[in-house]
Design a protein around this ligand. Structure first.
Ligand code: LMR
Length: 396
């Protein structure tokens, strides 16, 4: 039977991990998969996480199932982090949280929920978007379409985006990146979020906001501007939140599916369906990562330490963005790549072409996604001059 099965190329992002590890170039630089790296190039375990894990090891009493929605204590911590401490939606009991295996797991829950409960609804993603959005939504059987987001000059194409959103069939689902747009790094201004809200209201769209990088752009509260604006002005929306990046819990698969409904009763109806979707996918979510997050956020001391560490990571990335542009100045390329200084989050759409990306890999051992997406966190003071020189070489 298996003789008919075709081999396919591996995932374009995850495949870079293996390719980079195999490369013997001593100067190699990994700007591929989206993980934070410190100045030494390592992806450290946050100190607050280590302390929380020590407490868990001491106090944990069972490994029994936690139920399809996960631990309610975790949901009680994530909801205010995402929607705001004083959120009127929380006060009205209109929002609910389902713990998920990472942000990816939350996206799959959202996709399956849309497919089974809102049949016929198309889903619209930005062009470009995180490639796995395409895989997840199509695997769930949704009809996927794109709206423009980045223009040919490698700038945010907000006019194009808004014009396209105005054409989306009434009632369809629109996927928005809350902050730190993956892969481009181009985020919406407050004014632009207001414009998007207006179109979402006019077309009665259901927003599905992917919030994978809270705290990596301008701050935990600042990054939530768009999510909270939509949540406070719309009756219904879906939000997928992730603790992979902001708690550095990548492999622990820690995320959350947040549903906002018109009233508490409808929220409970939606929530009951979400439990079935989770049950049919994986039954119960993994517990460890969410237990760490809960431990941290329930402790004023650990939460303060975590916020401090998150600020360090964000400041480092934003500093590297400026340093990158400066390092290109001697080659007269600072203007060409000035966008890197303005974008936010882990990623930058650099504007490098696939051919330039191939040359960077083959001639210099510098790895990034072929779309020209670079993980800025992979840069460091030590490798910046080398990366700048290589970019100048492929621009010749
Ligand atoms: C990325 O975009 O590099 C990260 O979100 C990791 C992944 O799963 O693709």
């Amino acid at each position: 039977m298996f003789e008919q099965i075709q081999r396919v190329p591996g995932d374009a992002i995850l495949g870079l991990i293996e390719a980079f590890n195999k490369d013997t170039n001593p100067n190699k630089v990994d700007l591929g998969v989206g993980v934070y790296r410190d100045a030494k190039g390592t992806t450290p375990i946050m100190r607050a996480v280590k302390e929380a894990e020590a407490l868990l090891l001491k106090n944990e009493t069972t490994k029994s199932y936690i139920g399809s929605h996960g631990d309610p204590r975790y949901g009680n911590m994530i909801l205010p982090m995402v929607l705001g401490e004083d959120s009127p939606i929380l006060a009205a009991g209109r929002a609910s949280a389902t713990q998920s295996p990472g942000g990816t797991g939350a996206l799959r829950l959202a996709a399956d929920f849309i497919h089974s409960q809102l049949p016929g609804k198309g889903i619209w993603v930005s062009d470009p978007t995180w490639p796995n959005h395409l895989g997840i939504f199509q695997a769930a059987g949704l009809k996927l379409s794109k709206y423009p987001y980045v223009d040919a000059e490698n700038r945010l194409d907000f006019d194009g985006m808004l014009a396209a959103l105005k054409q989306i069939p009434v009632g369809d689902v629109v996927v928005l990146h809350a902050c730190c747009h993956n892969p481009s790094g181009f985020d919406l201004s407050h004014e632009q979020w207001h414009d998007v809200l207006k179109v979402v209201q006019e077309r009665e769209l259901l927003p599905l906001v992917d919030f994978a990088y809270q705290g990596f752009g301008d701050g935990l509260e600042e990054d939530a501007f768009g999510v909270r604006l939509l949540a406070e002005n719309l009756d219904e929306m879906l939000i997928t939140s992730s603790c992979s990046k902001n708690f550095g819990l990548y492999r622990e698969r820690t995320g959350c599916m947040i549903m906002v409904a018109r009233n508490n009763e409808q929220m409970e109806n939606v929530r009951s369906q979400m439990a079935i979707v989770a049950r049919e996918n994986y039954s119960n979510p993994p517990a460890h990562g969410a237990a760490i997050v809960t431990e941290i956020l329930e402790s004023a001391e650990l939460a303060a330490q975590w916020r401090e560490e998150l600020t360090e990571m964000r400041d480092r990335i934003n500093g590297l963005r400026r340093d990158f542009v400066e390092a290109l100045a001697p080659y007269g390329l600072d203007k060409k790549y000035a966008c890197v200084g303005e974008q936010r989050g882990m990623f930058s759409y650099t504007g490098l072409t696939p051919e330039q990306v191939d040359r960077l890999r083959d001639e210099f051992g510098i790895y990034m996604v072929r779309s020209g997406r670079a993980n800025v966190a992979g840069l460091a003071n030590e490798n910046l001059p080398y990366v700048a020189k290589a970019i100048a070489a492929v621009n010749d």
